[in-house]
Design a protein around this ligand. Structure first.
Ligand SMILES: NC(=O)c1ccc[n+]([C@@H]2O[C@H](COP(=O)([O-])OP(=O)(O)OC[C@H]3O[C@@H](n4cnc5c(N)ncnc54)[C@H](OP(=O)(O)O)[C@@H]3O)[C@@H](O)[C@H]2O)c1
Length: 226
């Protein structure tokens, strides 16, 4: 990854920060973009852009312009920003469907569109997005979330066709990631079967690498030992 420029959305979260660390360790230059304020103690050399709402085209474009200004270009966009909500239709709130669409599908589309002019100028432009294995076949309570992540999957396929020969576009589909939030939500479940954020990050890094030049439109399950 030496010298390659990464922009990682959701970069202050559990998976986004793992992607940032892995890319840095591989020699990349890394910008983390997130709605949250920048945390203290980020590794030296990381460009931290906090307070950015990636459902806004103007904010996404401004953040990516700062990345290009700081590093002289952009080679890889990793769309990690997103979120989860479990609710049944019977007891749930219909507004959540729109909220999860904005959080998962719209952030991915908005940021990918804003990054395109920069990625097209790279000799090996890459988009890697984070979908969800739970969106391939939804179970009870997962309707709104699965629909919003299915949007990420369909965008990945469509954009891969649109950009064929110019920028590769792929997605990883994690199952349950071993995070503090998941451990708190599922106290009776053995987390050792879950995939780790570092394992998901390594799959993302390979799709972002120059070696993965022949892979586009892939929806790669990263499901650990579940
Ligand atoms: N955890 C799992 O088991 C799992 C499984 C499958 C897929 N995924 C997907 O993997 C991704 C990362 O998960 P995670 O567990 O690392 O989540 P996380 O720790 O909550 O990180 C997500 C980050 O995205 C940011 N974000 C949310 N909305 C944004 C927006 N509009 N603009 C910019 N940034 C925004 C969040 O900021 P705020 O905190 O300020 O909102 C947060 O820092 C998500 O897309 C998630 O759906 C997770």
């Amino acid at each position: 990854m030496s010298g390659r420029v990464f922009a990682v959305t959701g970069g202050f979260g559990i998976l986004g920060s793992a992607v940032g660390r892995a890319a840095l360790a591989d020699g990349a230059r890394v910008a983390l973009i997130d709605a949250a304020p920048a945390p203290a103690g980020l590794p030296e050399g990381v460009l931290a852009l906090g307070g950015v709402d990636l459902t806004s085209t103007a904010q996404a474009e401004a953040a990516l312009a700062k990345v290009v200004e700081a590093f002289g270009g952009l080679d890889v966009l990793v769309n990690v920003a997103g979120g989860f909500r479990w609710q049944t239709l019977q007891d749930g709130d219909l507004d959540v469907w729109g909220k999860l669409y904005a959080l998962n599908t719209a952030t991915c589309a908005t940021t990918s569109k804003a990054a395109l002019p920069h990625l097209l100028a790279s000799k090996a432009g890459r988009i890697v997005s984070v979908g969800a294995n739970g969106a391939v076949k939804a179970v009870a309570g997962m309707g709104a979330y699965a629909a919003s992540k299915a949007g990420v999957h369909r965008l990945t396929e469509s954009l891969a066709e649109e950009l064929k020969g110019r920028v590769t576009v792929n997605a990883v589909l994690p199952s349950i990631i071993d995070t503090p939030a998941n451990r708190a939500d599922m106290p009776g479940v053995d987390p050792s079967t879950w995939v780790t954020a570092d394992e998901v990050a390594q799959a993302i890094l390979w799709l972002a690498s120059e070696q993965a030049s022949g892979v586009t439109g892939a929806l790669l399950p990263v499901v650990g030992r579940v």
